[in-house]
Design a protein around this ligand. Structure first.
Ligand SMILES: [Zn+2]
Length: 158
């Protein structure tokens, strides 16, 4: 399976997240052999949890289940580039690779100043660059930007 396959799965998770009453974001964790270990929807609204972003929840679960050495060889896939909080969580969890479909800037253009998601304008590569670990980042995938954005249509009050 390639990155596109897992990103499409992440987009499906973001669709499910919206259907389940949360913001339209999804993430998944894949090991070095391509096995999906965790699938995570956003849970901010249903769990009244400000840290309920899909990526933060995903790596929080992962850190309870796996060692940092193991996670260093895993990839986190997410529909939108991780925010500063999620990038921090990914860093502390020790996940070695991050792949996203659309940039945070593209997301910002979708959410605007919506109160539910006052999106940062801070590339995750900049957050990681200030740390002490080499985290490989791949994205955006322009061929998926439209599919990733489609899930957000009509959601944000911009
Ligand atoms: Zn986040």
């Amino acid at each position: 399976m390639n990155d596109i396959y897992y990103l499409k799965r992440a987009i499906q998770i973001s669709r499910n997240s919206r259907e389940h009453g949360n913001t339209p974001f999804g993430a998944l964790l894949v090991d070095k052999d391509g096995n999906i270990l965790i699938e995570q929807e956003n849970v901010e609204i249903t769990e009244s949890k400000c840290t309920g972003h899909a990526e933060t929840q995903c790596v929080e679960k992962a850190s309870r289940l796996y060692s940092k050495d193991f996670l260093a060889e895993c990839t986190l896939y997410t529909t939108a580039e991780p925010c500063a909080m999620c990038s921090g969580a990914i860093y502390w969890a020790g996940v070695g690779r991050v792949v996203y479909a659309m940039t945070e800037k593209q997301l910002l253009s979708l959410t605007g100043s919506d109160e539910q998601n006052p999106t940062f304008d801070l590339p995750c590569r900049e957050v990681f660059a200030r740390g002490q670990k080499d985290i490989l980042v791949e994205g955006p995938f322009d061929e998926l930007a439209e599919e990733a954005a489609e899930v957000h249509k009509g959601y944000w009050n911009k």
